[in-house]
Design a protein around this ligand. Sequence first.
Ligand code: ADP
Ligand code: 5GP
Length: 182
Amino acid sequence: MKGKLLAVSGPSGVGKGTIVKTLVKRRADIAESVSCTTRAPREGEKHGREYYFLTKEEFLRRIAENDFLEYDEHFGNYYGTPKSFVRETLKEKSVILEIDVVGALNAKKAFPDCVLVMIAPPSVAELKRRLIGRGSETDAEIENRLSRLEYELSQKDNYDFVIVNDDLETAIQELEKIIDEK
Ligand code: ADP
Ligand code: 5GP
């Protein structure tokens, strides 16, 4: 195995996607695992890039075939990490899983070397601003995502590293340092 496996978690809207995508663009030796989900694509999202968008039937079939490293249900939809992609990619590169706290702890059970990184917001008010500013969820969906905030942040102690995403570039470099550490 050449690369490191990392799970990056944090509340919805904290900036996980922005941090991970920027780092993956900069570094050919870091890849992001593309998860499967049954939720509908957001505007601009492409099948095979942000997620593999599956029907519920397809997702359930792949669970039965033991095709996921871990999977979970959020906001009424299934999300899961395809096992084969992670195994193959780790032979060449580090792999980042962008998953919630339950998924991250399950990934660590399956891969004990998995490094767990929590992205935290500078404040709850700033998190709300980002979530509303992204403009991709309804008010009810935003409330639902914020209601999980306390629980997610309470899991910090189970994590190897916590990065506060205040200045974006600083947060990206902190994640890069964790990957490059021996
Ligand atoms: P997540 O993937 O954690 O749900 P996103 O990456 O979609 O979050 O970020 C949510 C919003 O916050 C986006 O509009 C993004 O541009 C913005 N954002 C991310 N990081 C920062 C930052 N450090 N400062 C200000 N805005 C940010
Ligand atoms: P979103 O709908 O905003 O893209 O993601 C909703 C939630 O699903 C986020 O908390 C995200 O981290 C989580 N998620 C995305 N992919 C996976 C996955 O493969 N497994 C698990 N367990 N959670 C995931």
